[in-house]
Design a protein around this ligand. Structure first.
Ligand SMILES: [Zn+2]
Length: 275
């Protein structure tokens, strides 16, 4: 499933390649995504509009268009966005095809169809049902340990559960949560209200470092993304604790343990991350 770093990488790739292009046509080949694609709406609102900005909100790609409209895309479980200057034959999972006025194409390909494509007016965006409930953005320059501590309030649930709760903070997937807690030396079962502001600050810095490292690794696969060949290498980053049950801790040599929290594998060093 594409995680925040992959979506950030896709955003960067789109930003470099589609800003300034004008959408000439939209072809919806299969509207049955997570929410049905509103084909008449896309076809009425998109053609003739130039792309001005590409952004990301949580794992949503936000493509700003001339005339204050926004194209919203989510990659779901298996979605990809492909760009072609010289478009090859359509793939059977190319569900939405955006043709640009210069003859190039952007395709939304999604074999499992959990993704989404929608358009809304810019001023509707903050109230959009997708964004109203979202937690804080981990890479936001305004985010601090103090903000996170306040946001967590009296929450007593395990810190790992909170880190993976999109109503609390967006885009911290299981691997990233495991790695950040290990790097911050915080046991995944620690009750959130037991963390002081300094712990939150430390943890935030580790979350950001893990995500940034993944984004950097993803950045090297940009050509794959643009050319649509090869697999992205996002999880090639060195993992300190994830999937290392029974192996020695890289810092202290103690044996890494595994528990299950909210159905997800959780790894920790019992010594470095003492409860
Ligand atoms: Zn250790």
């Amino acid at each position: 499933m594409p995680e925040l770093p992959e979506v950030e990488t896709v955003k960067n790739g789109l930003r470099q390649n589609i800003v300034g292009k004008t959408i000439a046509r939209v072809d919806v080949r299969d509207a049955r995504l997570r929410w049905p694609v509103d084909t008449p709406k896309l076809q009425a609102l998109l053609p003739g509009r130039a792309i001005t900005v590409v952004d990301r909100k949580a794992k949503y790609l936000i493509v700003q268009l001339e005339g204050d409209f926004t194209l919203i895309m989510h990659l779901g479980m298996s979605g990809r966005i492909l760009l072609y200057s010289d478009a090859p034959e359509l793939h059977k999972h190319d569900h939405v095809v955006f043709g640009f006025s210069d003859g190039s194409e952007m395709r939304f390909r999604d074999p499992r169809r959990f993704g989404m494509v929608d358009i809304c007016a810019v001023d509707e965006l903050p109230q959009h049902k997708l964004f109203a409930q979202l937690g804080v953005e981990p890479l936001s320059p305004d985010l601090t340990g103090e903000v996170l501590k306040k946001h967590a309030g009296a929450a007593r649930k395990p810190i790992k559960n909170l880190l993976m709760d999109a109503h609390f903070i967006v885009g911290v997937g299981n691997i990233y949560a495991n790695e950040a807690l290990y790097q911050a030396s915080i046991h995944p079962l620690t009750a959130a209200d037991q963390l002081v502001e300094r712990d939150w600050q430390h943890l935030l810095e580790k979350v950001q470092a893990v995500l940034r490292q993944a984004i950097e690794m993803g950045g090297t696969t940009l050509n794959d993304f643009v050319n649509s060949s090869g697999d992205p290498g996002y999880f090639q980053q060195e993992l300190g604790v994830y999937d290392r049950e029974g192996e020695p801790c890289l810092r202290c040599g103690a044996t890494i343990e595994r528990i299950v929290l909210v159905g997800r594998s959780t790894y920790f060093c019992p010594k470095c991350q003492a409860l």
